[in-house]
Design a protein around this ligand. Structure first.
Ligand SMILES: O=C(O)CCC(=O)C(=O)O
Ligand SMILES: [Fe+2]
Length: 290
């Protein structure tokens, strides 16, 4: 089968991939083994390469090890990212205040007319943060969140740091061709969760999709039993040398959403879910690099 599929013209492969992605979305992210096999063969063309041409002189946050982990394991975790408890506390309090002031809206799935809400699937409330309205087009200006960026100065300082990471990636791995980023503040109440999903799918318009997810947690005093762990399925579809089988698909690690932790992973390749929160509010600030 591998031979037949890989010889198909690119446009046909792309159509098959799109159909498989739709099927998987319709079955709530539980692809059949055959679907996985076909997807894996085709997706070889869309793999993310972070290591073959590193401009070492620009390395600062990134190290060769971190780039290697991101490409081969699909993720890495940084603790004590800000390394300043007062700063973390201000980020957390500003975020919770936005939530208490009801500036966040229940998160939905899909866009436009297909938009739908279902708390059983996704229980968080979110706020898009547009920090630089002048650079956004008028459509973006109409989206909620744009006018509040000045009321969250510490969150903005954190976002500057995430921007630095994005800019560094652009210099360190120029072949990656960073396009843009998108940022969301999400708060989960007690009982909130987000079922297994991926943040994007492979597509032939590689550059117009989420490719790297960076999630910062500010949950001070988070302890075991508070729930809300990020369950990350460690089967990294970015690896040519791995064969899909059901056992590997099931491997996961649970990442505690504890304060000052930054998690970075490959958006189209890593499946994940948010386990039910016991303690509220659970805060997560995410920047996606396209
Ligand atoms: O908050 C988290 O830990 C992950 C949330 C998530 O998966 C998402 O917003 O796509
Ligand atoms: Fe996600």
């Amino acid at each position: 089968m591998e031979d037949i599929i890989s010889k198909l013209p690119s446009n046909i492969k792309y159509q098959i991939l799109n159909q498989l992605n739709k099927d998987t979305a319709a079955t709530e992210g539980q692809p059949q083994p055959a679907t996985n096999q076909i997807r894996n063969i085709i997706s070889q063309e869309y793999l993310i390469d972070l290591c073959s041409d590193i401009k070492s002189e620009h390395l600062s946050f990134f190290t060769k090890d971190r780039l290697h982990q991101l490409e081969y394991d699909g993720y890495f975790v940084v603790d004590d990212f800000l390394n300043d408890r007062d700063f973390v506390e201000r980020v957390h309090n500003e975020s919770v205040k936005q939530y208490q002031d009801q500036l966040l809206k229940p998160a939905s799935m899909n866009k436009g007319a297909d938009r739908w809400h279902d708390k059983q699937i996704r229980g968080d409330s979110i706020l898009w943060i547009h920090r630089d309205p002048l650079k956004n087009n008028s459509n973006e200006l109409n989206r909620p969140g744009v006018e509040i960026y000045e009321s969250i100065p510490n969150v903005n300082k954190l976002l500057d740091r995430l921007d630095d990471i994005k800019n560094e990636l652009d210099l360190v791995v120029p072949s990656f061709k960073v396009q843009k980023s998108q940022t969301q503040l999400a708060v989960y109440p007690s009982g909130g969760k987000y079922v297994k999903h991926r943040d994007s799918f492979f597509s032939n318009d590689q550059l117009n999709q989420r490719r790297i997810t960076m999630i910062y947690y500010s949950n001070l005093n988070w302890t075991k039993g508070d729930g809300g762990e990020l369950r990350l399925y460690t089967y990294n579809k970015n690896r040519k040398d791995l064969n899909a089988n059901d056992k590997e698909q099931d491997h996961y690690i649970d990442i505690d959403p504890k304060a000052d932790r930054l998690l970075i992973f490959l958006s189209p390749f890593m499946e994940h879910e948010v386990l039910e929160c016991i303690k509220e509010p659970r805060v997560a600030i995410t920047t996606w690099i396209y």
